[in-house]
Design a protein around this ligand. Structure first.
Ligand code: VGL
Ligand code: ZN
Length: 206
């Protein structure tokens, strides 16, 4: 892949794998694909969901609320999740089988106690940047390829925000798996179409 392309590998962490706290069905199946594809990029960035204990996105932080229900927060509607990817825990660690030692940066997100961040670019308040856009721009990146978990949350928001920040965004579909709660997968695919996020198979990359 040319120097203007970067691969963003989203949240391939133990808690999103089968057996994890917020398991994405088939989440482990993307790992060989991602490992293979990553060999063809000279720019590779990882994201890591990285919440403090008691994070606002956890159902357990809202007495009487169940995981996968929603609440309205100052910045908008928030899906409530099981506790997951707590800073420093096993669940927050990258999957053991993820083999991308050549990755050059790790963007952690969701570390503010009162704000979630599905997107690797912009937190859920839609104002606080993570710094990723600047990092990519400064390194001459114009096209962002994405793979990882979950297609309908962190991959989707990251791809859409990549577009908003002026990058081409290309989702490697078989390198992703979805949570698919309350129509979230269909909504993500529709949003991709209207924002000009392209979808390809990993065989088109490597
Ligand atoms: C994610 C829900 C909550 C994701 C992260 O990585 O897609 N989903 N936190
Ligand atoms: Zn999270």
């Amino acid at each position: 892949m040319d120097a203007a392309a970067a691969l963003l590998i989203v949240d391939i962490q133990n808690d999103f794998l089968p057996g994890g706290a917020l398991a994405v069905p088939g989440g482990d199946e993307v790992i060989p694909t991602v490992n293979r594809v990553a060999l063809h990029f000279d720019k590779v960035v990882l994201t890591q969901d990285w919440h403090p204990p008691g994070h606002i996105s956890f159902a357990s932080s809202h007495p009487g609320k169940s995981p996968f229900s929603t609440i309205d927060l100052p910045y908008g509607r928030q899906v409530l999740w099981p506790d997951h990817c707590v800073q420093g825990t096993f669940g927050a660690r990258f999957a053991d089988k993820l083999a991308v030692p050549q990755a050059q940066a790790v963007i952690r997100k969701g570390y503010h106690a009162h704000t979630d961040s599905y997107s690797a670019f912009l937190e859920a308040d839609r104002r606080t940047p993570t710094g990723l856009a600047g990092l990519l721009r400064e390194r001459g990146v114009t096209t962002v390829y994405l793979a990882g978990l979950a297609l309908d949350f962190c991959v989707a928001w990251s791809a859409l925000d990549a577009r908003s920040a002026g990058f081409e965004a290309i989702v490697i579909e078989d390198g992703c798996r979805a949570i698919d709660t309350n129509g979230s997968l269909e909504a993500a695919l529709r949003a991709f179409d209207s924002a000009g996020v392209r979808r390809i198979g990993s065989d088109a990359v490597a």
